[in-house]
Design a protein around this ligand. Structure first.
Ligand code: BGC
Length: 749
């Protein structure tokens, strides 16, 4: 069909590619641009408030309103980062990125995007600043919990679905942080050095898929530099790859404070400076007037912004914010994701599910009672409510007539600003001075006494949102605040110990593991996290999450550490905190600006190349604690023989999966590919496809996994393009990267 040049609804142009659909209003948009003054155009290219940019008021074109995601629509902050104290802006707190990814569910990612988009509309927002889809390169990464996976295919598939879901609900996504924003340490100045193959095969994959297949309308260039250029002025990333190769037709908006020049950013593919107008305000007008910059460059940016503006219906002022942001149907989505995300890492003695014989449970650990919605800077959520793990357990235990007692067990660590008026030591006796403070004797004694007197101990360990946070990376992945001492003492008191880890990223479990026959990864799991966890522990549902990243045995084993490329000369100053938290630093803006100008210019060389996550551990034969894709159930699954066929450029692999247990359970079937006679350096195997399947007790289902042959391509550094290498393709299907059950071979000629 042809799309007429009025303001056309995008849904009506299904035969076009998702990006081309954005261009259906171009004729009208060009007419508008022709009527605009240079000043009006430039007014659109920088922030109006902290979370908006200007439309064209004279022509009745509305401002663009942004909101932080990715796991909750941020509360109203006005022109800054301080809450306005509204009453209707409490949102749904969704499970964080790694938890969503642990579902390995395209359906859940689509629903998550949809629910976020829905709440975005209720709040009158046009763009969600999310999903955050960088690759989890560092186990210590402050935003590892926001990001999805160490694997580009898992991250890509979920990013596409989130994007479609949100945009179907009427709110655009803004994919962030483009690109190679894999560390918080010096994120505002670090120069990431990565070769083209590494970028294409690993780090850019989720962005490429969400742009091309998902039709993402907005992309956020990141704070860091890539191969010498800030992302906001990186013509290779923004113009050559994003626009020319992937066909992106939407707009780009710099990360907050991530614009660094006028001409560089103007020519390097940035549309909107966030925040401020020192580069994309008068300086841009002057650059055009003095002939340095052609006005057509400005026009192209305005066109890209207007495409989004016309694709996304503005919510009228009197409609937005009239009902509570969080609604039962969106809360239900958060709940379903949480149910599917919980990973059973270990269940050696069958301690889980909790047996009927257990009449008294000792819940130990502050992570059982701490809420996790707020904190972590940009990704914090003012949630409507949050069921903590202890609340979830208490409620479910009461139904079963089981007594629950609780003790904090260890102190909590709460981040304090290193400088300025928020400094000083803790005042709360339950707050530690540092993450490596040893166990508190009184708290330990109290916990041990409860453990002795209970039938079962559930120890809640892990990190918290002061430890894993935007703005800084963890120093290590150790369990903080003496947790290892606590678990050992608990186990001596009562060997029936189950550990639940509440964290977003991996932790070092070497010391804990011998004392905990069952271990569960419980994540930061949204406002119904405690309910879902209790259902898994009590066996109402079977656990079905799978790890989206590797748990290394020790940090030093992981690729960036093993190759000595992190922390390198990264000393750690956070640009964002410096710029936006003058209140916390106590400095003036001028002092901070001078400070930023003199920040060191560290380099992060991605020496491990494409060998990120399990690709590294497998290639180097380094043992891990828990492998990528690992996750147990309360039932066993039988994997039948594989059949494989090629059809219309797709490889399709089918098999029967049988639930051998006596309860309904989900399994995530994973398909990896290995190239036995390859001539190039490749990982041992790489994920290509996955499917989540629900099986009743004893049920068998036939599952088909498919992927395009083109996905087998590698980036050829000599031809500077994608190439599919002919030869044998070994297809490995299993329950985890280290649990392959069936194989079959095919050939690419
Ligand atoms: C973060 C972004 C966020 C933005 C606005 C930045 O510091 O990196 O992820 O969207 O702030 O809050």
């Amino acid at each position: 069909m042809t799309c007429v040049a009025a303001i056309v609804a995008l849904a009506g142009c299904k035969s076009m590619s998702p990006q081309d659909r954005l261009t259906v209003n171009d004729k009208k948009i060009n007419e508008i641009i022709a009527q605009m003054s240079l000043e009006e155009k430039v007014e659109m290219l920088h922030s109006k408030t902290n979370m908006s940019s200007e439309g064209v008021p004279r022509l009745g074109i509305q401002d663009i309103k942004y909101t932080d995601g990715p796991f909750g629509i941020r509360e109203e902050n006005g022109d800054g980062f301080r809450s306005l104290g509204w009453t209707l802006d409490s949102a749904t707190y969704f499970p964080t990125g790694s938890a969503l990814a642990a579902t390995w569910s395209k359906e859940m990612a689509r629903k998550n995007g949809w629910a976020m988009g829905k709440e975005g509309r209720l709040r009158g927002k046009d763009i969600i600043l999310g999903p955050a889809i960088n690759i989890q390169r560092l186990p210590v990464g402050g935003r590892t919990y926001e990001y999805l996976s160490e694997d580009p295919v898992l991250a890509a598939r979920l990013s596409v679905e989130y994007t479609i879901g949100s945009q179907d609900a009427g709110t655009a996504v803004c994919l962030k942080h483009y690109a190679l924003n894999n560390q918080e340490t010096n994120r505002g100045s670090v120069d990431v050095i990565a070769d083209e193959r590494t970028m294409r095969e690993i780090y850019l994959k989720p962005f490429e898929a969400a742009v091309k297949e998902g039709g993402a309308m907005c992309v956020m260039p990141a704070y860091n530099k890539v191969n010498g250029y800030y992302c906001s002025e990186n013509a290779h990333l923004n113009n050559e790859i994003l626009r020319d190769e992937w066909g992106f037709k939407g707009m780009t908006v710099s990360d907050w404070g991530g614009t660094h020049s006028t001409m560089g950013a103007a020519l390097g593919g940035l549309c909107v400076q966030m925040t401020g107008d020192n580069y994309f305000g008068q300086a841009l007008i002057d650059s055009v007037r003095n002939g340095a910059l052609d006005e057509s460059v400005i026009d192209a940016k305005v066109r890209e912004i207007l495409r989004l503006r016309f694709a996304i219906e503005p919510v009228p002022e009197d409609v937005a914010n009239t009902i509570m942001t969080s609604q039962p149907e969106t809360q239900q989505v958060a709940y379903e994701i949480a149910q599917k995300s919980i990973v059973l890492l270990k269940n050696d003695k069958g301690n889980l599910p909790i047996s009927d014989e257990v009449k008294k449970i000792a819940v130990i650990g502050q992570n059982a009672v701490l809420t996790t919605a707020a904190g972590g800077i940009g990704a914090g959520v003012k949630t409507l409510y949050e069921v903590t793990p202890l609340e979830g357990i208490r409620k479910r235990a009461a139904e079963a007539g089981v007594e629950v007692v609780y003790a904090p067990g260890y102190k909590n660590y709460v981040m304090r600003m290193a400088w300025g008026r928020f400094g000083g030591g803790p005042v709360d006796p339950l707050v530690a001075n540092s993450t490596d403070e040893s166990a508190d004797p009184a708290l330990l004694a109290e916990a041990v006494a409860l453990a002795k007197d209970a039938d079962m101990v559930i120890f809640f360990g892990g990190t918290n949102k002061s430890i894993e946070t935007e703005g800084s990376d963890r120093k290590n992945i150790d369990l903080p605040c003496g947790q290892n001492e606590v678990i050992k003492a608990l186990h001596e008191a009562n060997p029936n110990v189950t550990t639940v880890l509440i964290s977003g990223g991996p932790t070092d479990l070497r010391a804990l593991e011998p004392y905990s026959p069952a271990i569960v990864q419980g994540w930061w799991n949204g406002l119904e996290g405690g309910t879902a966890l209790a259902e898994v522990l009590f066996g109402d549902i079977a656990p079905s999450g799978k790890l989206p990243f590797t748990f290394p045995r020790k940090l030093e084993d992981s690729p960036a550490y093993a190759t000595g490329s992190f922390p390198g000369n990264n000393t750690g100053e956070d640009l964002f905190t410096l710029m936006y938290r003058l209140d916390a630093t106590g400095y003036t803006r001028e002092q901070i600006q001078e400070y930023i100008a003199n920040l060191p210019a560290p380099v992060s060389e991605y020496r491990e190349g494409i060998f990120v996550g399990y690709r590294w551990f497998e290639a180097k034969d380094v043992p891990v604690m828990y492998a990528f894709g690992h996750g147990l159930s309360y039932v066993d699954f039988e994997y039948g023989a594989l059949s494989c066929r090629k059809k219309k450029g797709m490889i399709q692999v089918s098999l029967d999966i049988t639930n051998l247990g006596d309860m309904e359970a989900d399994e995530v079937v994973q398909l990896y590919v290995s190239r036995p006679d390859t001539k190039i350096e490749r990982p041992v195997k790489e994920l290509e496809a996955f499917e989540r399947v629900t099986l009743k007790a004893g049920e068998t289902k036939n599952v088909t996994l498919e992927f395009p042959v083109s996905e087998l391509a590698h980036w050829d550094m000599e031809t500077n393009g994608w190439t599919v290498e002919p030869g044998k393709v070994q297809i490995l299907v299993g329950a985890a990267s280290d649990d392959i059950r069936q194989t079959i071979e095919t050939e690419i000629r």
